[in-house]
Design a protein around this ligand. Sequence first.
Ligand code: ADP
Ligand code: MG
Length: 245
Amino acid sequence: MSGSPLIVLDRVCKQYGTTPVLRDCSLAVARGEIVVVCGPSGSGKSTLIKTVNGLEPYQSGSVRFDDEEVGARGTDLPRLRTRIGMVFQSFELYPHMTALRNVMLAQVHALGRSRAEARERALALLARVGLTERAEAYPADLSGGQQQRVAIARALALDPVAMLFDEPTSALDPEMINEVLDVMTALARDGMTMVVVTHEMGFARKVADRVVFMDEGRIVEDRPAAEFFAAPATERAKTFLSKII
Ligand code: ADP
Ligand code: MG
């Protein structure tokens, strides 16, 4: 295993037309590290994490994943994306497939696993997210929290080396948030490298190694979680925290 950080952003800039969305963003995430990204709506959080798996192109700077330049012309993005699991706010499960088949699908298509192998792995992952009993259920018959846990199992099914989460609990009813955060906490404890965009500051306090605070396309704070919560360095972060905690 290499000692260099798994994810390295170096002075990444991105703009839509003339509007800057990422301004000189630099960030390094070590293997096994948990980084929480927070900040006001529109500050560039989603755009930032999507540069890591090549879902958002950027105009300048560099994004490296496991020593490979994501934006380079020769980069095999489909292969890269099998190594980086992504979970969105909207679960985006296939509605016509059971939970089990949702978790099996990409294993067969992207990794070429046999159906038997994919099924075995899917059942193990559904057990890990507490959904053994619901393996044969369709998304419409699952609660939001259950659907998001299936989405996490689906992302894990490709054996990613890192997981990106973009506000995974924002669309959930309050009583379902914890069941999803508990799965994420267990994953973090198991040593997964995770970048998590979230405003769940309880989770950040408990689980994050570092907190990154973004505002207007800039990373304005990047500090150990305990320090960030004890005393945010910037007024913008203080104001943000006072509004959401
Ligand atoms: P966040 O996730 O922090 O809410 P985003 O990364 O989604 O922020 O968006 C950052 C900025 O980029 C916002 O100002 C948003 O309006 C703008 N933006 C996002 N997607 C597009 C797009 N496809 N075209 C133009 N502007 C966009
Ligand atoms: Mg967003």
